[in-house]
Each structure stands twice: as structure tokens, then as C-alpha cells.
Write a protein that binds this ligand. Structure first.
Ligand code: GLY
Ligand code: MN
Length: 462
């Protein structure tokens, strides 16, 4: 946990930014897998963690902006519950550590909210990602579940996004602590993966690395020789000579800050010439994008710059043709790069995505472009010092999409379909790092993970 002042200052700023009414926070409960006593591992709501730091289930909290009160709602375990769960620090003591004096039992929340509603006071709440919390909001505020999303407080959502977007030094330390674990989760599979092994064997070893140091995954591991399937959840594949593997994985720090790193490596010791050619293009695009990052620059421009490098490389291989600018403007490059260049990162791997991607990555003036490819850009807005984001260009050869576009004669001025045919079994390559926007320029967080062809091959041959 951070020092109590950290949480108190965050809440004070939030109170000022929101200005009136009550701010309601709902923590997460335990989510059952198949029956109530068999839950998924508990993960607290990230905004609850950010403002209240309390990392256990069945909590709520209220800030009364006008009466200047902060209350945490929760119950201490009964003696019977302690038989199963063991002794726990009393809620009052936990709250002292986050600078909150007042605690009430969970069943008192409804009375406080009802009283405020009777006085026509505004109750601000954030978008909820868990169904049980949607139902809780509905019951507390007396609104229809389908209307909960419409009643979310925009002023609160924007205020939370503004605070959580800019990371403090202590938050960066957390991310770097998780990157130490991620380094091992990336380098061990490079070393251990051999033809004849199943993907799941490497995935098991990566999970071991995280759990053995008390960490856990920041998202389900993507580890696949089918790199063209961008978020492939399957680990059942057999790794064969000549295959490449995409390893997109990350860990959580003790306070639940995320990492998100991707490396692509050969299952055998060396990349083939064809693989090297594509790898160099992706690596160059990533390096150029990172070099360009600085406060005051729109991330959409950096995304488009990366696209230029990707298209220029594909042109050199005769997979694309024509004017680079026009090809990108038309959206032809999205056949090979349908994703965005990156996203914000923090307590969530796609930071604050449940608060609304457009609040996090866009503004009133920088609006999402719905063209295929650009529509998947999660972050477009102007960068600020203290933002942490990923830079993850890739080149993907998706047979179904290639066939579909070819039949449709789509972008024939820019795509050499005849040459692309020979890449339909290529897979995909992605390279991703976690970047801190500095006062000038940017820093790749964590200790360097093998990335150049020489470095990756050196690890793959161990
Ligand atoms: N690491 C998965 C993603 O960025 O979507
Ligand atoms: Mn990512």
C-alpha cells in the first residue's frame, strides 16, 4: 500500500474536481466460477484501489463533497467466518492506513444513498464492469439496469481518468517491479521453446514465474505460433521447426500495476530470411515510434508514422505498392496492421478501458476515426508527461482477410495480392514495450528484454 497521504490527496483532488453531490465507489465482490464458495481469484476494482487502496472484497465508499466526509462501508468477519478465512485486520485499522476515519457497515450504505436522493442530491458513480455492481447501483439508486450506463457521471469519469492517466514516481516503480517479473516471463520461453514442445508447456512455466514471486498475470497470456490471430487465447499448438511464437504477456506488481510486453521469437535457433525481413520492418517501426514520443504530440500521429514505416518496408518487399501516404489514407495497410499502435497502461493493462475508451484515448476535438484499422486505435490524444503507454506495431498475414480483400479487389492499387499469397502461412510478428512519457522524450520501462534479431536468436539458442 502507498502512504495514507497518497490516497488522501487523490480523494481531495477528486472532491474538488467533481465539486458537488456524493461520489459512490463500489469495490468488487468475489465472482463465483461454478458455485459461491468456489470463486475466481479476487481482483479489486482498479479505481477503488486507486482512491481507497483497500484490496479485499465487499467494500463500498462514499465521498460527500459538500459535507467533506469520506466513509468506507464494509463488515468485519464474524467469528464463524473467521473459522474458514482466518483472522483479518479490522476495517477501522485498515482505513486508518488510507487516511479514512469513518467506517460503517455495508447495510448502512443504502440509508445514506436514500437520504441523499430524498434531498435531490446528485449521486456520482463510475461505469461498472461487473454485472453484480450494475445491479447494486440499480438497487441503490432505483434505476433500471439498462439505464445504469446512461446515468454514469461524466464529470466523475473525466476526473478519474485525468488523475489516473498521469503516473507518479511510486507508480512507475510498481510498473518496473512487475517488469522484472515480465523479463523472466519473456526470456525463459525464448530459451526453453523447442520443436516438438507444446505451447502450453511454456505457458505453464510463465505462470509459475509470476505465481512463485507472489505476482499474477495482468491478462491471459497470448502465446502462439499462430501470431496472425491477434488475441489468440489457445495454447494447444505444437511448436515446430521454422515456426515463430508471439509471446504477449505481463504480470502485476504487489499493488496491481500491470505490464504488457510482446516478443516474437523463432522456435528453432534462428529466424528464416523471410521472417527476418518482416521482423526488421516491425522493429524499425517500433523504434521510430518510440523515438518520436514526447509530451505535446498526438499519439495518432505516432501511430500514422509507424504505419508509414510498415508500408515502406512492405513496399520494399513488393507486398505493397504505390504512394505510401495515399495507401495509408485509404486504409490499405490495415490488411497487415489492423490494430492500433498502443494503449494506456497502469492499474489495468488497457488502462481505464471500462471507464470508456473514448474518455481515455480521445478528447472532444480528437475523435475516433471509424475506418478499419484506425477504429482499433485505443489512444489518439496528445501525450502528457507521466503517461505510460504501450508501443506495439505488428505485421499480420491473416489468410481469411487476404482472401476476402482479394476477391473484393480491395485496394488493388496498393496491395500486390500475387506476392502476398506466399505469406498466407507466415503468421504474424508483434513487438511491444511499455513506455513512460518524460518531460522531454520517453523512456522504455524495465530492464531491456532481448529485441534485436541478434539478441533474440542468442536467447533462442540457449
Ligand atoms: N496485451 C494485449 C493487448 O494489448 O491487447
Ligand atoms: Mn498491449
Amino acid at each position: 500500500m502507498f502512504h495514507s497521504d497518497v490516497y488522501a490527496k487523490r480523494r481531495k483532488r477528486l472532491k474538488q474536481d467533481v465539486g458537488s453531490g456524493l461520489i459512490l465507489f463500489l469495490g468488487h465482490g468475489q465472482s463465483p466460477i461454478n458455485y459461491l464458495d468456489n470463486p475466481y481469484p479476487f481482483r479489486q476494482d482498479s479505481s477503488f484501489l486507486y482512491f481507497w487502496g483497500l484490496d479485499h472484497p465487499k467494500l463500498a465508499a462514499v465521498i460527500d463533497t459538500e459535507e467533506n466526509k469520506e466513509v468506507v462501508f464494509g463488515n468485519n468477519l464474524t467469528s464463524e467466518e473467521r473459522v474458514w478465512a482466518g483472522p483479518k485486520t479490522p476495517l477501522k485499522e485498515k482505513c486508518r492506513r488510507i487516511g479514512v476515519k469513518e467506517t460503517l457497515s455495508l447495510d448502512q450504505l443504502e440509508g445514506i444513498i436514500t437520504k441523499a436522493l430524498h434531498k435531490n442530491r446528485k449521486i456520482h458513480f463510475l461505469p461498472q464492469c461487473r454485472a453484480e455492481n450494475v445491479l447494486k447501483v440499480m438497487r441503490l439508486l432505483g434505476i433500471d439496469p439498462a439505464a445504469v450506463q446512461d446515468r454514469v457521471s461524466t464529470i466523475l469519469t473525466k476526473a478519474v481518468v485525468a488523475q489516473r492517466s498521469v503516473k507518479s514516481e511510486a507508480e512507475i516503480e510498481e510498473i518496473e517491479a512487475a517488469l522484472d517479473i515480465t523479463y523472466e516471463m519473456q526470456t525463459l520461453p525464448m530459451k526453453m521453446s523447442k520443436p516438438g514442445m507444446f505451447e502450453r508447456e511454456a505457458v505453464g512455466a510463465m505462470i509459475d514465474i509470476a505465481y512463485c514471486v507472489g505476482s499474477r498475470l495482468s491478462f491471459p497470456i497470448i502465446f502462439s505460433t499462430r501470431g496472425e490471430i491477434i488475441h489468440n487465447p489457445s495454447h494447444g499448438g505444437l511448436m515446430k521447426t521454422g515456426d515463430m511464437v508471439i509471446n504477449d504477456s505481463g504480470a502485476e506488481s504487489p499493488l496491481h500495476y500491470a505490464t504488457d510486453i510482446t516478443r516474437t521469437f523463432p522456435v528453432s535457433e534462428k529466424f528464416t530470411k523471410k521472417q527476418k525481413d518482416i521482423y526488421e520492418i516491425v522493429l524499425h517501426a517500433q523504434e521510430k515510434a518510440i523515438e518520436t514520443i514526447s509530451p505535446g504530440i498526438e499519439f495518432r500521429k505516432i501511430h500514422l508514422l509507424a504505419c508509414q514505416h510498415l508500408v515502406s518496408g512492405l513496399k520494399a518487399l513488393n507486398l505493397m505498392k504505390g504512394d505510401i501516404e495515399l495507401a495509408i489514407r485509404a486504409g490499405a495497410h490495415a490488411l497487415f496492421f489492423p490494430t492500433g499502435l498502443g494503449h494506456m497502461m497502469g492499474l489495468d493493462v488497457h488502462d481505464m478501458e471500462n471507464l470508456g475508451e473514448d474518455y481515455v484515448g480521445y478528447t472532444d476535438t480528437i475523435q475516433r476515426n471509424h475506418q478499419f484499422g484506425l477504429n482499433n486505435l485505443r489512444l489518439a490524444k496528445t501525450l502528457e508527461t507521466g503517461f505510460v503507454l504501450t508501443v506495439e506495431p505488428g505485421l499480420y498475414f491473416i489468410p481469411e482477410l487476404i482472401d476476402q480483400w482479394k476477391v473484393e479487389n480491395k485496394f488493388v492499387d496498393y496491395i500486390n495480392y500475387q506476392n502476398v499469397e506466399a505469406y498466407k502461412d507466415f503468421g504474424g510478428i508483434r513487438i511491444e514495450d511499455d513506455i513512460l512519457v518524460m518531460e522531454s522524450g520517453a523512456r522504455v520501462l524495465g530492464k531491456p528484454i532481448p529485441k534485436s534479431i541478434e539478441e533474440v536468436e542468442a536467447f533462442s539458442s540457449q
